[in-house]
Design a protein around this ligand. Sequence first.
Ligand code: ADP
Length: 396
Amino acid sequence: MKTAKRVFEGRQTPPWPNIMKCKHAFLMDGLSAQNRVSSAKAGKYKSSAFKLSKKDLLAVAENAPDVICRFDKKFRLLFVNPAIELATGVPPKAFINKTTRQLGMPEEHSAIWEEQISRVVSTGAQVSHEFPFLTPSGLRFFQTILVPEFSGGVVRTVLTVSRDITEKKELERRKEETFCFVGHELKTPVTSLKLVTQILQRKMVRVGNRLMAEDLARMDKQIDKMTNIISDLLDTTRLEHGSLKLQKEEFDFDELVKEVVEEIRKSSPSHKIKIVGKTRKSVSADRLRIAQVLTNLMSNAIRYCSDKSQIIVSVSSDLKVVTCSVQDFGIGIPAGQKKRIFERFYRVKEHEQKFQSGLGLGLYISSGIIKGHGGKIWVKSKIGAGSTFFFTLPLK
Ligand code: ADP
């Protein structure tokens, strides 16, 4: 603490390389690094807008609730701010010129820090990571950003800013728990509603009330949509928690593709759907989940292409994988958004106006299911010409 203060006040030479002339180099560098990032992104800020006096910088460092550290390439701590004492129970001066190993921090913890610092040093890029840490007040969660500090074009030191995110994480956990609970609670009444609707519909057909039977059929379709939304939300929560269970079994891949295509043909009779190729392989996978992926890809193909247009489902295999693709000749996906459509809740901006329903979860869930099987999922697409979604599943 005293050392840091003396360094800040200019009474002692900083123990780290003289990167900038400023005695508060660690902060100036941090700010200028951030400034570089911001400028590159926004291109509108001038560095002068971020200039602070030495006194301001000292105040920022000393009063920051976040733990601010500077490491050299040998993982030694060159600077820590007072916030470190709250997180570790150890006064700042005890850290200077020591590595986390020398300070007696747990092996796993030190290994992660060293790996992250090395990555910043070798790539020159900022990284961030989350980790649990046993503090004097119990187990807390921190999120750290590690920023490279350059001198003569190479990274000399790494500035780290660690924030306690325990409360935020707890809030997220509770939110997801509630979400899951509500989802499960909704499932039961919706299932009963569907059952009653179907019984009534059959009754109306029997007594010859055609109009009422048609209304009930429409109601049944809407209940299916509701069920799908609830299932998607529950699957999303499971994926987030890593609790989406896969029940693997051996099954004939071509048989499954045929079954799904038959189902989709029934619900979309106006589309011409063709199956090309055969794998003649059996795979070990969760049959229902793979059917869910293919159904989702085919439903999207139908949704995002014009009526009566053709859809081609192709299957093939080699020694390592089976590959399945779903090709449509629809509106296509803008190049810059092809990766993003697999993100949670992501929908292509240009499609949102025209296709208002949809949560942007189907591809996120499909991607989670395929990756959970050790497979890959990707898309090739051209605006106006259509899209082809591919997925692979590994063979034993
Ligand atoms: P949803 O379709 O319910 O919005 P998805 O996760 O299935 O959610 O798809 C995400 C987005 O990707 C969609 O909103 C759509 O913009 C785009 N997309 C998916 N499939 C296709 C396709 N076959 N053709 C064009 N765009 C597609």
